[in-house]
Design a binder for this molecule. Sequence first.
Ligand SMILES: Cc1cc2nc3c(=O)[nH]c(=O)nc-3n(C[C@H](O)[C@H](O)[C@H](O)COP(=O)(O)O)c2cc1C
Length: 385
Amino acid sequence: MMLEDSSVLPDVFGSSFEHALRSAIVRHDPMPLVPLLAAATKHLGIIATAATPFYPPFLAARLMSTLDHLTHGRVGINLVTASPHAAAQNYGYDQHFEHDERYAMADEWIDAVRALWDTWDADALVLDEATGVFADHTKVRYADFAGKYYRTRGPLNTVASPQGHPVVCQAGGSPAGRDLGARNADTLIASAAGVDAMREYVDDMHRRMVGFGREETDAKILFLVEPVLADTDDEAEAKQARQLAATRENIDAQLANLSYTSGFDFAQFDLDEPLPADLKGTSNGHQSVIEAFLAKADGKTLREALPAQRDTTGSVRLVGSPETVADQMEEAIAASGADGFLIGLPVTRKNLTEVCDGLAPVLRRRGLVRDGYEHETFRENLLAF
Ligand SMILES: Cc1cc2nc3c(=O)[nH]c(=O)nc-3n(C[C@H](O)[C@H](O)[C@H](O)COP(=O)(O)O)c2cc1C
């Protein structure tokens, strides 16, 4: 389970947070939810998102170490660099850092966090009741990390955690974002428009991973999908038609989302005119997302270019009965070389039932998802399948 996050009540669209509040775009801090979810589950790996520019490495390393203990080795961290200037302003900066620089910072940030996690050997704990010695001081060391952006002394004052290094997740799409993921991630989550784009992403990430001296199998690549499930294919098709119509009708939601990811106020553009040509290459936001949108919008009016014109809001169209959707998933994995999917449906009881009691048993019968876990920790289980 991946818990997304951001540090801002979005107010770029129409220079107001009206849309965000009308549409419930609020975020509570995901970190305190992690041990609660762990206490209610046995095997689930739980990833919480942290914006690297706003967490001192020591705070993050100590927090993740503590959560790794509280979850008995089932926690991970999703590294994001955050995009809105308003988020940076919440932490006291005038402006957010430039897109590629914040990835360079994140790359150093995770090195600093790892250096802190490595300040304790796994066997430093002695717990000798006879001598009263708790831990062997020769197995704990300073980090003395001094980089261009971050410095930290260490050691951590938390005991070495079950995983040592909690799972690292990443979702960057631009060249700098992809490099951060290729170098550091245990799992990559991505959104791509269709199987060809998925294949391109998988091949590119494998190339980059090998370039950083890693194996292609060192990170699991999962694509964001929003399956539309029902008892029969006809019912699922009708359900998707209703959902897509509602999404397409809600033009403000699409414009607000584009405003959030780009940092440009899309309320200022005429829906029936092409977008200004000089937007290209100037976004400091989710760069890959917005550049792909602008490239596709070429020669179209804004209304024609709106993202909901696609036949799905996920990476690949998954619509039908559980059997049909299982077929579609199997085909998409075979064609793209991906490792799996990240299901991005709203967490309602109905969606959970359709996925967990409808789709999952079909996938399990086909051996496409497992029916048990070999290992104790999240990282081991993640990499084992
Ligand atoms: C599946 C998925 C989940 C993401 N979750 C978050 C999130 O929780 N918080 C966030 O700030 N960004 C999130 N992002 C955005 C990415 O961190 C990144 O900004 C985006 O993919 C664009 O990357 P780029 O700037 O390298 O082009 C997510 C992206 C994807 C594809």
